[in-house]
Design a protein around this ligand. Structure first.
Ligand SMILES: Cc1cc2nc3c(=O)[nH]c(=O)nc-3n(C[C@H](O)[C@H](O)[C@H](O)COP(=O)(O)OP(=O)(O)OC[C@H]3O[C@@H](n4cnc5c(N)ncnc54)[C@H](O)[C@@H]3O)c2cc1C
Length: 365
């Protein structure tokens, strides 16, 4: 059975199949709703339900609970829903953000080949993919792609370069121990290997119409989409389309994990509008860099965030902590843009099943 979904915010209409998450259904219709983790955790796909009923048959809408403790800027009385997990139980009317800049972006399935692969530190691979007949690709700096595995499962990685004439897509891949795809990247991948993709995806991209100063906040390989955004800003500054100052906070456990620190310090030397604070969380290292959690460094330096645009990407723990903390420090929800690097939904569903089974065992013992 199909249900009709109407987005009152934009007038767009799409159909959702029974048991199909609303976000997946909108993607089939080439609509781009704000989203990130795809797991119900990060809250980026939060929308309002004006009419109709939804349920959450796969993963629970964890972000809705977290949202209750955060300041609500404009209460409307409508129920909040998470598009990545909610499935329709009737026709629906929703209010959801669809960034206008994505209107002309066409997502496609494409085959690429590995053009180069480098390991700047032990657990990060920087690979470049050649899109061959699909280039040049139209995308916005900050978006991500999905690698389609032979099993049909998908793994998300941010594109680490702004669009350019080379047609190459750069990825920064952190090795997840026991991770099917990243094990393959570190153990077997070689130049020339074919790789299937769906690209481009996501709603994390530079909002170029804003005039607010920019804070970029990232941890680990969360630097990848931020690098693309800074490259886009460099181009915009060169063409006098931009005058905003940009400050990057990059967090890591140790200085050695800041795998492109030299590139960033070069930006500091060359770009008068760009500044940088690396933040190290392992207080036993003697790096001479600032110590602590990266999101705390941001609010220590900027206790009032009301006037900023904040772009944040990286580990879910950082994104969750930053989201809560920045909102409490006055950052309006609509000026916080983020991608949360969650594991893929199939893996989180398996982990949830295992947790349920383990707690059942504990209860039975
Ligand atoms: C929008 C987005 C953008 C992202 N961008 C980036 C990026 O630019 N760079 C980056 O490094 N990461 C990024 N990520 C995160 C990346 O997608 C994940 O780390 C990816 O899922 C890893 O894939 P994998 O196949 O190697 O690991 P998986 O096979 O998915 O395994 C993940 C973990 O689950 C464990 N596991 C596997 N199977 C099971 C099981 N049956 N039961 C219990 N545990 C199991 C594994 O041991 C491992 O620890 C992004 C994520 C999102 C959502």
């Amino acid at each position: 059975m199909n249900y009709k979904i109407t987005n009152r915010a934009t007038g767009s209409l799409f159909e959702a199949r029974s048991q199909e998450p609303l976000l997946s259904a909108s993607r089939r219709a080439q609509l781009h709703f704000n989203h990130s983790c795809l797991n119900g955790h990060c809250g980026r796909c939060m929308a309002e339900l004006v009419e109709g009923e939804v349920s959450y048959p796969a993963l629970p809408p964890v972000a809705l609970e977290a949202e209750q403790s955060l300041p609500d800027e404009a209460p409307t009385g409508n129920r909040k829903i998470l598009l990545c997990q909610a499935v329709a139980e009737s026709d629906l009317t929703i209010i959801a953000r669809e960034p206008a800049a994505l209107k002309n972006i066409q997502t496609k399935i494409a085959q690429a080949r590995v053009h180069s692969i480098e390991f700047p530190v032990d657990d990060v691979a920087c690979i470049k993919l050649d899109l061959e007949e699909h280039k040049p690709l139209t995308y916005l700096a900050g978006q991500y792609l999905e690698v389609i595995l032979t099993s049909g499962k998908r793994r998300a990685f941010s594109i680490a370069n702004a669009p350019d004439d080379s047609g190459l897509l750069e990825l920064h891949i952190r090795h997840v121990q026991g991770g099917g795809f990243t094990d393959h990247v570190f153990d077997q991948m070689t130049v020339g290997d074919p790789i299937d993709l769906e690209v481009p995806l996501g709603t994390f991209f530079l909002r170029s119409r804003s005039e607010r100063p920019i804070l970029c906040v990232t941890g680990g390989t969360g630097f990848a989409p931020i690098k693309a955004i800074v490259e886009e800003l460099i181009l915009r500054h060169e063409h006098s389309k931009e005058s905003r100052p940009v400050h990057l906070y990059w967090g890591a456990q140790s200085a050695g994990e800041l795998y492109q620190h030299d590139r960033v310090t070069q930006w500091v030397d060359e770009l008068p509008w760009f500044s940088y604070t690396p933040v190290i969380s392992n207080i036993n290292g003697h790096s001479g860099l600032r110590l602590g959690w990266v999101h705390e460094a941001v609010v220590d330096d900027h206790p009032d965030l009301a006037g900023f645009d904040v772009y944040m990407s990286g580990p879910p723990a950082l994104v969750d902590a930053g989201r809560a903390s920045f909102r409490r420090h006055g950052l309006p929800r609509r000026h916080l843009y983020y991608d949360s690097f969650e594991f893929a939904p199939d893996i989180l569903a398996l982990m949830a099943q295992q947790d349920d089974a383990a707690s059942g065992l504990t209860a039975a013992e």
